[in-house]
Design a protein around this ligand. Structure first.
Ligand code: GUN
Ligand code: FE
Length: 439
């Protein structure tokens, strides 16, 4: 190893298919030792057991008093919408027309895209998010800017250019052929470039003609290891509209399914109003869901059904869905997920919430062999959390009896103040009160 870190550690050691199994696979080391080498995890052990492994000339980095957890995984976010968080008064379809499309129209400009990419990645890192699945805009230069910035930080990031050829303003329209060509060039430039991967990103069914969906299908066939990232079943008006636009299909998901866009690396954001057969289709195709609680509440879209998601055996990660979502912070997002559960009498435990935000999200992205916990060989992406940064947090931290209560208090009261440092690929890339690493 070349680096050693002493702190408290929490992670989930393997994926599960029932929430009841989680406490058995969770690991908490109050005084732990993490060894790293070349950006990867060598081992995590109790300090008592691990200290004999230490070279006498390599002093461990002392983060005692802090809690280190795996880097958060944000499974659905739009980087160009950073500049429109908190747009007032509308639900999905009007919100898109009134606020979103005008903002996204600016990303033809590479300087604007570069400036916003840098800002966006700093927001992710300062909130402890080390991996995200990201929407760009229809402009290929939006994605070039984002990948260029992420590459400098060595982040594991999946992103794609939006594909859309109807029901938007002229500034965001393209032909299916242009969409195909530009996407293809981006895949060739960025997919599997270091830690970067490409996601085919049709915005949603309503902005896609059948001809565009055919192009997406063709690309997926030609590049079978790319991801597929889109929206599904978010808003009731949206769903009724999709059924009008695609009357020959058996509901919303069937549009994607018929173009063979379901599957292992397919990720569908929202999934709030699924029919039973749609849950079954997601399960059978091994597709995944991004649950975006702050967005679903902000746009009044609906309540995600956590219980059915486990029951149907569908993989799920958490997304912030900035800019319909209201925070980059995964602790706050977990706190809102808990409240979404409460409104349906579902008790989302801290253990389950942290699972979805780390290893579960990694699994949803088919990255659980690389990130999501501190198992040997995993990539060293993690967050150093200060568990108490206010008088109220201090009181609730010290009067909590065990790690489960402490984690639950963190997701209830925590925010970006609790993120002390963020490490990516074995390097500290963000630290509170320190100048940002230049990207
Ligand atoms: N459906 C289609 N586009 C969007 C978007 O940008 N945000 C959200 N929340 N839903 C969408
Ligand atoms: Fe979204």
């Amino acid at each position: 190893y070349t680096q050693a870190i002493r702190a408290s550690f929490f992670d989930i050691t393997r994926t599960v298919d029932q929430p009841q199994q989680l406490p058995d696979v969770a690991r908490y080391l109050e005084d732990g030792l993490l060894l790293l080498n070349q950006g990867c995890i060598v081992s995590l052990s109790a300090w008592e057991e691990g200290q004999h492994l230490l070279h006498p000339d390599l002093e461990p980095l002392d983060y005692r008093g802090k809690l280190i957890v795996p880097g958060f995984v944000d499974t659905h976010i739009h980087y160009p919408q950073t500049e429109m968080v908190g747009s007032y008064g509308e639900q999905l379809l009007e919100w898109l027309n009134q606020y979103t499309f005008p903002v996204e129209s600016q990303y033809h400009c590479p300087q604007h895209a570069a400036r916003m990419s840098a800002f966006f990645l700093q927001q992710l890192l300062s909130n402890g998010t080390t991996t995200a699945l990201v929407f760009g805009t229809v402009h290929p230069q939006s994605v070039d800017a984002l990948f260029t910035a992420a590459s400098a930080l060595e982040m594991r990031l999946i992103a794609g250019k939006v594909m859309m050829d109807r029901h938007g303003p002229d500034a965001l329209m393209e032909t299916p052929e242009e969409s195909y060509q530009q996407t293809r060039e981006l895949i060739e430039r960025w997919h599997n470039h270091g830690r970067l991967s490409y996601a085919l990103t049709p915005r949603y069914a309503a902005t896609s003609t059948p001809e565009l969906l055919e192009k997406v299908q063709q690309l997926r066939h030609e590049f079978p290891d790319t991801w597929l990232h889109t929206h599904l079943s978010e808003n009731l008006q949206e769903i009724a509209w999709i059924k009008e636009l695609f009357p020959e299909h058996n509901g919303y998901l069937d549009v994607y399914h018929q173009y063979q866009l379901t599957g292992q690396r397919s990720l569908f954001a929202h999934c709030l109003h699924l029919e039973d057969h749609e849950w079954d289709c997601l399960h059978h195709t091994d597709s995944a869901i991004a649950f975006c609680p702050t967005s679903n509440l902000f746009l009044g879209s609906g309540l995600f059904d956590l219980k059915t998601c486990w029951h149907k055996g569908v993989k799920m990660g958490i997304g912030t869905d900035i800019g319909a979502g209201t925070t980059f912070n995964m602790l706050q997002t977990m706190g809102e997920a808990y409240k979404v559960g409460q409104l349906q009498r579902y008790k989302l435990s801290a253990c389950e919430a942290f699972y979805h935000a780390t290893l579960g999200g990694a699994k949803a992205l088919d990255l659980d062999d690389r990130i999501g916990n501190f198992m040997p060989g995993k990539e060293a992406d993690f967050v150093v959390i200060d568990p108490a940064v206010s008088p109220l947090q201090q009181m609730r931290h010290t009067n909590s009896r065990d790690i489960w209560e402490k984690l639950f208090v963190l997701m209830t009261l925590g925010d970006d103040r609790n993120i002390a440092a963020t490490w990516v690929n074995g390097r500290c890339v963000w630290e509170v009160n320190a100048p940002a690493v230049n990207s």
